[in-house]
Write a protein that binds this ligand. Structure first.
Ligand SMILES: [Fe+2]
Ligand SMILES: [Fe+2]
Length: 149
């Protein structure tokens, strides 16, 4: 799933890049790299634990979005599926008293909270712009900058 996420974010980055959404493209190119790192973490852990990782065919990447908003809806939906999957492995590890795997998965459990929040926050901001217009969004950003200084 991490490999699939990496490939899917690359496909989405290309869509964004071609549509001249340079910010979204940069964000997604970065996500592509991060997901690959996640994949490598899993592979290395399985190797260290004495297992034999296999690379399977996870099929075509996620479909192209029809809009900027749908791009992030697709991303959030995928992140939620990853979270569910990681929680399922953690539950299996716990029930099977495999504490090494259970401990290894804690990083991913925390990471998924962040991942879902990232995509959700972007969608919330799109909703804010849809409901109140871009100028209110800009004003809110200005207020945030005043505190940062
Ligand atoms: Fe990931
Ligand atoms: Fe992710």
């Amino acid at each position: 799933m991490e490999e699939f996420a990496s490939r899917s974010y690359l496909a989405l980055a290309l869509w964004a890049d071609e549509a001249a959404f340079e910010g979204a493209a940069a964000f997604l190119y970065k996500q592509t790299e991060e997901e690959r790192e996640h994949m490598m973490k899993f592979i290395k852990f399985v190797l260290e634990a004495g297992g034999s990782p296999r690379i399977s065919d996870y099929g075509e990447p996620l479909p192209k979005p029809k809009s900027f908003k749908e791009l992030f809806e697709i991303g959030l939906k995928h992140e939620k599926a990853v979270t569910k999957s990681i929680h399922a492995i953690a539950e299996m590890a716990w029930k099977g008293k495999d504490m090494a795997t259970f401990n290894f998965l804690q990083w991913f459990i925390a990471e998924q909270v962040e991942e879902e929040d990232t995509f959700q926050t972007i969608l919330d901001k799109i909703k804010l712009i849809e409901e109140h217009g871009g100028s209110l969004y800009m004003l809110d950003r200005e207020l945030g900058k005043k505190v940062e200084k």
